[in-house]
Design a protein. Structure first.
Length: 266
């Protein structure tokens, strides 16, 4: 019986692979690595932001991603270090520490006219908002689009392999994104993720057909259709204490700053 189940599972996986809805790790690793090769702009002062804002607002769709310095110590986390936005011709990488926060970039993140498409963006939105409050508008999750179209694997890298025919390097994934001076490899990695996000969105929407337009992602607004279950054996005082603890841990929003001078690494 167990052997039959295993065979059935293998047959399902094979059918899904043939239909282009899933890809094995071995097959993914056989694909060529591709990176973004277009113009990249690393933005670290607010005068540059003002110049780029008009370019971003002229776009219909932006690829969206963030990078955060990884933490290797339990209980320690860091604010987002980079915000990446990809247009049809360029990628802009904003160094949030040097900029002192989001500043006028809120206009883009809150714009109803510009779609921001990315993968696993709920966490990115939450982390940005934890530091600099904003109201997310027109954010679309690539993974949701892919799932609706029948894909079984919805991560950025697997979708790139399935739909675009190449894989993305993970070399810089755990590097220090908060460094004042990013390496060339880090810059290309960050730009590639935003670029691929935009390309995947365009590819998936081309296959969307007559379906209902995809729902926007807003993890900051409570969903009234979801009912949170609570255990009856917890007292109101206990629940209040836990809620207060979470609030104190989260902390207040980081105040906007005028921007910081970048110094050469020691």
């Amino acid at each position: 019986m167990m052997i039959a189940q295993s065979n059935d599972s293998n047959e399902v996986e094979a059918r899904e692979a043939e239909a282009g809805r899933s890809i094995s790790k071995d097959d993914l690793n056989k694909l060529p690595i591709k990176a973004y090769t277009g113009p990249i702009h690393v933005v670290h002062d607010r005068e540059q932001v003002k110049h780029t804002l008009a370019l971003l607002e002229a776009e219909d769709v932006l690829g969206f991603d963030t990078e955060t310095r990884p933490s290797f110590e339990r209980g320690v986390s860091y604010p987002p270090a980079l915000l990446q936005l990809a247009t049809r011709s360029d990628v802009f990488i904003f160094q949030l520490h040097a900029l002192g926060g989001l500043g006028p970039l809120r206009d883009i993140l809150e714009s109803k006219a510009v779609i921001k498409a990315g993968a696993a963006i709920s966490d990115d939105i939450k982390q940005l908002n934890d530091c600099w409050a904003f109201k997310p508008r027109r954010f679309l999750e690539i993974g949701h689009l892919a799932k609706e179209l029948g894909y079984k694997q919805t991560g950025l890298r697997t979708l790139a392999g399935l739909t675009l025919g190449f894989r993305i390097s993970k070399k810089e994934q755990r590097s220090n994104w908060a460094k004042p001076r990013l390496t060339h490899s880090q810059i290309v990695y960050a730009a590639t993720d935003a670029w691929v996000s935009r390309e995947l969105y365009l590819h998936l929407m081309a296959a969307w057909g007559e379906r209902t337009p995809p729902a926007e992602v807003d993890p900051l607004t409570p969903d009234p259709t979801r009912v949170r279950k609570r255990s009856d054996n917890r007292s109101p005082e206990h629940r209040h204490a836990r809620k207060r603890g979470r609030t104190e841990t989260t902390g207040a929003h980081t105040p906007e700053l005028p921007g910081l001078e970048l110094s050469d690494p020691a």
